[in-house]
Design a protein around this ligand. Structure first.
Ligand code: SF4
Length: 446
């Protein structure tokens, strides 16, 4: 069967960006192509002075801040995470973040003048910071981004163990009081044996208690992360996880297929033949189950791994999938601002030593016009509504059909895409095995 996208590409929004880059490299090496290909000439005919397809004045309205601290490293995790002592690292991290913000926002005198639509504190575990450090972080961000668009979404990632008990309740009240509108809680599974095998530091009951406490503190927008395809996980175990999640007062669920990265404990176990993963067919069944259960619970499958009640979509992650510009701050953070993709040094010790912008960055890559089009297709086709033809035309000055006409007709004839007046999208049945279709949207010669 076709390779599962989840084994490489499903993840949080920012992970899908990173995966998108990797996907292009993989596709370009060894894809099997049909006879019809995109028309690079059409791209040039629509070209403007704006190579990435959006005007320079379309300044980012979305901000991601990476907070690298965690109590322990989960066995599957390849994020930029620091598990050392809080002192002195918390203070050094905040000083470095302040320097990075000042450097990036220097053209605006240190305070970004445009209203921010979404702010996302991810990690790591932002709520693992001490109360004093959290206070300082929020102060910093409010000074750097003083203007908020009406109804701004402010998401904070959290783990269940930090949200329970008296301290957890106090933290939840504090987050609400400081303007956080949404919590994304990393649960992964409710099965205590699985949690311990993953290296997680909470139980299934604590995960449920954390969600209920967050709801009690006034959070309406609550998201849970679950992972399927875990070592030793049965289909029945997964269905129990999904049912427990939908029994909670959440309005968003992210369900990711496990990715095994080499440089993790799971990666080493896999290399040693000691990681008993369910086979791909079983993992596809797990995906089908969560998609059906989500629909039954009133959640729309608005992205390949994400399900939301009406009004519960992650607007921040939608900005990624719609290939909109965003700032990324903190160790390991990626950004895409003014037509340039950036990646920061992932190691906290290196990050805190950085004094210049080039020392903060490991990658600074202007995005060419064709690449921007490819990325728009890769990311947009993850969404249930797909790529809209009016948005594509507005951004790139050409029609989808001008660039991809023969490709679109062939894929439609094969039942691999749906074309209608709004644009193009993948049928739901194709989304779990989407990589082969995405390869068709690459240009051969950029
Ligand atoms: S809590 Fe999240 S970020 Fe921290 S180690 Fe575990 S998976 Fe990684």
């Amino acid at each position: 069967m076709a390779a599962l996208p989840g084994r490489r590409a499903i993840g949080r929004g920012r992970r899908s960006i990173r995966a998108g880059w990797a996907l292009r490299a993989g596709f370009a090496e060894g894809r099997e192509r049909g006879e019809t290909v995109p028309d690079p000439g059409a791209v040039e005919r629509g070209a403007t002075a704006d190579p990435a397809g959006f005007a320079p004045e379309a300044a980012p309205r979305h901000v991601y801040v990476h907070v690298p601290f965690c109590g322990a490293k989960c066995h599957y995790c390849d994020f930029a995470v620091f598990v050392g002592p809080r002192t002195p690292w918390e203070a050094l991290y905040l000083e470095a973040l302040e320097r990075e913000l000042a450097l990036v926002l220097a053209p605006y005198g240190g305070a970004y003048p445009f209203p921010i639509e979404t702010l996302y504190l991810g990690g790591g575990t932002p709520t693992a910071l001490s109360p004093a450090a959290l206070e300082r972080l929020f102060d910093l961000l409010e000074r750097a981004f003083p203007r908020r668009a009406p109804g701004m979404e402010w998401t904070v990632e959290a783990n269940p163990e930090g949200l329970v008990g008296d301290e957890g309740r106090a933290l939840l009240r504090w987050l609400r009081g400081r303007g956080t509108t949404r919590l994304s809680i990393g649960v992964q599974t409710f099965d205590d044996a699985q949690l311990s095998a993953l290296g997680r530091r909470h139980t299934g009951r604590e995960a449920e208690a954390a969600v209920l406490a967050a709801r009690e503190a006034g959070f309406v927008h609550l998201s849970l992360d679950l992972i399927y395809g875990l070592p030793g996980q049965t289909f029945e175990g997964w269905t129990a996880d999904v049912r427990r999640a939908f029994g909670l007062p959440i309005d968003h669920l992210s369900a990711y297929a496990l990715e095994v990265a080499e440089a993790t404990r799971f990666g080493r176990m896999q290399a040693a033949g000691a990681l008993p993963l369910p086979d791909d067919d079983r993992v596809v069944e797990m995906y089908a189950f969560v998609a059906a259960a989500a629909r039954d619970a009133g959640f729309e499958p608005y992205e390949v791994s994400n399900f939301a009640r009406p009004g519960g979509r992650s607007r921040h992650n939608l900005a990624y999938w719609n290939n909109r510009p965003y700032f990324g701050f903190g160790p390991g953070a990626h950004g895409y601002a003014f037509g340039v993709r950036t990646a920061n040094v992932p190691s906290l010790p290196r990050y805190v030593r950085a004094r210049t912008l080039s020392e903060f960055r490991t990658e600074v890559r202007p995005v060419g016009r064709r690449e921007a089009i490819e990325e728009t297709m890769f990311l947009g086709l993850r969404l249930a509504e797909g790529v809209r033809r009016d948005a594509f035309r507005r951004r790139f000055g050409v029609d989808l059909e001008d660039v991809y006409g023969p490709v679109l007709r062939r894929l439609e004839a094969e039942g691999l895409i749906v074309i209608d007046a709004r644009g193009i999208r993948l049928p739901e049945a194709v989304r779990p095995v989407m990589n082969a279709v995405l390869a068709e949207f690459l240009f051969d010669d950029r």
